[in-house]
Design a protein around this ligand. Structure first.
Ligand SMILES: N[C@@H](CCC[C@H](N)C(=O)O)C(=O)O
Length: 279
């Protein structure tokens, strides 16, 4: 069976997108594992299905590199918005997309007939440990000491529809992420595993972040992770609320604003190529 796909990325967080308005994708979990392989597949951080929705312009389903289904993906949702505008011809600069963590609203900036920049209303962060989930007591987990692989860390936990654990560091360039990332992901405090952001605060409006994603390992960017990091910065008194914070990632920059109404993420969405794959 042949499937048409589009390769897209948001700040280097790249996925293989399937338009499920016109075709059926069976067994997305195993397909994600097979096609994401950068040596024997197409290559990507996972796959994304763009499906019809009864309540929104489209429904997004995303699968990590290991085949697990994520509830939300900040970088992918911007690309889905671009695809709906550029390819499916839904010429509205405000779009709604259904995800496993609710319907999200997108505002598109269009240049020469193509969506270039997308702002997403990412909703209100959840801070209570049972909603994240993290097996700790309290109404929120801010600057909490834990031990990971014998070393002490201080964590701040946030759900942006998916679980995040933010760790502040003096620098992130030289962190051995491939060894410490999995120790956080599999830590017994996180019953559903966790996405971990390592954050260096450069100044109150600029932070640098590296991420170890649940199910995909180190990626060049994580949209929900950038939002969780800015929320964690505000909770720790490191960045202001209601102002734009630049999050510098390995693959680009996202602008995040945390307000009482919720978290707003702005960034690019880029198409790389179209293709057909035999599955
Ligand atoms: N890359 C993402 C998040 C993808 C899902 C995550 N790995 C999970 O399982 O929660 C983003 O841009 O938000």
């Amino acid at each position: 069976m042949k499937l048409k796909f589009t390769k897209m990325h948001g700040c280097g967080n790249d996925y293989i997108y399937f338009d499920c308005f016109d075709q059926t994708v069976e067994h997305p979990e195993s397909l994600a594992v097979k096609l994401s392989d950068r040596h024997f597949g197409i290559g990507g951080d996972g796959i994304v299905l763009i499906c019809p929705s009864r309540t929104a312009d489209a429904r997004m389903r995303m699968f990590n590199l290991d085949g697990s289904e994520g509830n939300m993906c900040g970088n992918a949702i911007r690309c889905v918005g671009k695809y709906l505008y550029d390819v499916r011809g839904i010429h509205k600069t405000r779009l709604s997309i259904e995800t496993r963590s609710g319907v999200k609203s997108l505002d598109l900036t269009v240049q020469d007939g193509q969506a270039t920049l997308v702002q997403v209303d990412m909703g209100v962060p959840q801070l209570s440990p049972d909603q994240i989930p993290v097996l700790l007591e309290g109404d929120k987990i801010v600057d909490h000491p834990i031990t990971v692989d014998g070393s002490p860390y201080r964590i701040t936990c946030v759900s942006m529809g998916n679980p995040h654990c933010v760790v502040f560091c003096d620098e992130v360039e030289h962190l051995p992420l491939s060894s410490i990332g999995p120790q956080f992901e599999q830590h017994p405090l996180f019953p559903q595993r966790v996405n971990t952001e390592f954050v260096h605060v450069i100044d109150p409006h600029t932070i640098q972040m590296r991420v170890w994603e649940r199910g995909s390992g180190e990626t060049f960017a994580c949209g929900t992770g950038a939002c969780a990091s800015v929320v964690a910065c505000v909770l720790n008194g490191l960045c202001p609320m209601d102002e734009d914070i630049r999050v510098l990632l390995r693959g680009g920059t996202l602008t995040i604003r945390y307000t009482k109404k919720g978290v707003f993420m702005t960034g690019t969405a880029t198409k790389v190529f179209d293709g057909t794959v035999q599955v």
